[in-house]
Design a protein around this ligand. Structure first.
Ligand code: PGA
Length: 247
């Protein structure tokens, strides 16, 4: 049985004042799902302090593939772990687009995350042009094969399906489209990893909000969500957590 996961991605939003939202979330009634907030790197240590031993886990939004060295401005997986992170988002479409990250690089980062004891949330997803061209499953299959390291398990790996055109747009795929991709992801992981695939959680991401969370969480093979905009306020994210807890 996979425990559900509600993950928030604050992206490049938030200063120390934003930790008040985390305080509200951490003080709420414990949820029947895992909760994760990935603040900007500047806030990880402080966020981990606020979260303490409570129900909210803290994650990073990226890491470097190397363990240490001359990489100005980058952060290693071990440094994230040292700051109090248990997870790291890797291969988000904004990293792929803004920083030219490819599947091999994402995979190397995921291996570094595993070596540091972090769980990698590996993101995959098609652009609108790719969906219009009927290439959605081919693109996602290629990203999955290229970005996820050998030997992945539910302990070190979570997969997030985030259609690029649904991120921050207010648009979401139909429930049938989400089901098609999530069923495909599960089948692909089983082919590659056998029984271990059944422990790997599959998150949907892209314009998840309180109003659509419950219907998305009812879709087959959706084990939670990766939430951007609606994770910035505890009131919104708390409603998404409640919907997932009830699913
Ligand atoms: P959104 O972002 O919820 O604001 O669409 C999701 C994401 O990019 O993880």
């Amino acid at each position: 049985m996979r425990r559900k996961l509600a993950a928030g991605n604050w992206k490049m939003n938030g200063t120390r004042a934003s930790l008040d939202e985390l305080r509200l979330l951490a003080g709420a009634h414990p949820a029947a799902c895992d909760m994760l907030i990935c603040p900007p790197a500047t806030l990880i240590a402080a966020a981990a302090g606020v979260a303490g031993a409570g129900p909210v886990l803290i994650g990073g939004q990226d890491c470097h593939a190397a363990a240490s060295g001359a990489h100005t401005g980058d952060i290693s997986a071990a440094q994230l772990a040292d700051a109090g992170a248990s997870h790291v988002i890797l291969g988000h479409s904004e990293r792929r687009a803004d920083h030219g990250e490819g599947d091999a690089q994402v995979r190397a980062k995921a291996e570094a995350a595993r070596a540091a004891g972090l769980t990698a949330i590996v993101c995959v997803g098609e652009t609108e042009a790719e969906r219009d061209a009927g290439a959605t499953l081919a693109v996602i299959g290629r990203q999955l094969a290229g970005s996820v390291p050998d030997g992945a398990t539910g302990t070190d790996t979570v997969i997030a399906y985030e259609p690029v055109w649904a991120i921050g747009s207010g648009r979401t795929p139909t429930l049938a489209q989400i089901a098609e991709v999530h069923d495909f992801l599960r089948a692909s992981l089983r082919t590659r990893f056998g029984a271990a695939a059944d422990g790997i959680r599959l998150l949907y991401g892209g314009s998840v909000k309180p109003a659509n969370a419950a219907e998305i969480f009812a879709v087959s093979n959706v084990d939670g969500a990766l939430v951007g905009g609606a994770s910035l306020r505890a009131a919104d994210f708390g409603q998404i957590v409640a919907a997932l807890s009830a699913a």
